[in-house]
Ligand binder design. Structure first.
Ligand code: FES
Ligand SMILES: [Fe+2]
Length: 319
């Protein structure tokens, strides 16, 4: 389970996508999950496979905050405990549990941890601007047909802005592509912060990589803030779900959400075809491609991926 992406927290959906009494089927790193809300509205996740005959629990329904299998009606609570077995009041339910996965709700998103058991040894973290009660958060999702590592590198890549986004967010950089660009990386406990310098002058704007799969772009604005937060969620070897959030301290009325969502979608659409064309879909070892100095931030991600995530695995307990 969760091959090459084990034991990490990741956003998997937008808060608004998981309504009370709905069950979502969410794939993360090749593993299908059934995600629902309990009676308190708190998200819960279990492996999307009933321990009885293997039916997809995501085809079931939520009853009294528990997930009911569509096949024979076994019911499971948020910890995966079996709480009801129709026709068998004498069943030893302790041995009939589903496999729970840690789930949370934070910063307008549903999160899961790619590990087994309802409890987690740690908690997801996000930039403070996404938690500020005065911040308005809005988000959309889109699917790219590539491995998440290509999408993630694209999010950390400054040099492409003046080419792929020459008519939008890269416009200011267009006149300078013959100049020398330097990449400045600052280490933090959550990942690292990337700034750029042109002709030795540090440019406004900074970009954070937050382990394992988030990018926050902080757009400079006097007295206010706008952060674009992107999570690259691995669905499987060939597909990535991008959750594109915008956090703003101004124009906070909901009617302006469409503007920020449309802008985020446009920018992502400018990248899409090009990133999907990168071959192979999963990033290879750095030595398999040619790189230059301004690839420092993406190479930093590449070395993180190969040392911490690639090869990671969460093993199912014996039946
Ligand atoms: S397969 Fe789920 S209750 Fe039978
Ligand atoms: Fe881009």
């Amino acid at each position: 389970m969760f091959r090459d992406f084990a034991n990490v927290w990741t956003p998997v959906a937008l808060t608004a996508q998981l309504r009370a009494n709905d069950v979502m089927r969410i794939r993360v790193a090749g593993t299908a999950l059934a995600v629902f809300r309990d009676t308190h509205g708190t998200p819960a996740a279990v492996l999307d496979r009933c321990p009885h005959r293997g039916a997809a629990l995501s085809l079931g329904s939520v009853r009294d905050g528990c997930l009911q299998c569509p096949y024979h009606g076994w019911r499971f609570d948020r910890n995966g405990q079996c709480v009801q077995v129709p026709w068998n009041p004498d069943a030893k339910r302790a041995a009939l549990h589903a496999l729970a996965i840690p789930a949370r709700e934070l910063s307008g998103q549903i999160w899961i941890r790619t590990s087994l058991g309802p409890e987690a040894p740690d908690a997801p973290t996000v930039h403070e601007s996404l938690l500020d009660p005065k911040t308005r958060l809005t988000g959309i999702e889109t699917i790219w047909h590539t491995h998440w590592t290509r999408a993630m590198e694209n999010m950390l890549d400054w040099p492409h802005l003046a080419f792929v986004h020459r008519g939008s967010i890269g416009k200011d950089l267009v006149p300078f592509s013959a100049e020398r660009m330097d990449t400045l990386i600052e280490e933090h406990e959550w990942g690292w912060r990337v700034r750029t310098a042109l002709r030795g002058a540090v440019r406004p704007g900074m970009l954070d990589f937050r382990r394992p799969n988030q990018m926050n772009l902080h757009i400079p604005m006097r007295g206010r803030h706008l952060t674009l937060a992107v999570a690259c969620v691995p669905l499987d070897e060939h597909r990535t779900r991008l959750l594109l959030m915008a956090a703003r301290s101004f124009a906070r009325a909901a009617i302006f959400d469409w503007f920020f969502n449309r802008t985020n979608r446009r920018i992502a659409d400018e990248d899409r075809n090009i990133v999907e064309s990168s071959d192979p879909p999963q990033i290879p070892a750095a030595s398999a491609e040619r790189s230059v100095r301004t690839d420092k931030a993406t190479l930093r991600f590449r070395s993180y991926y190969f040392s911490e995530l690639h090869g990671s695995l969460c093993r199912l307990p014996p039946a």
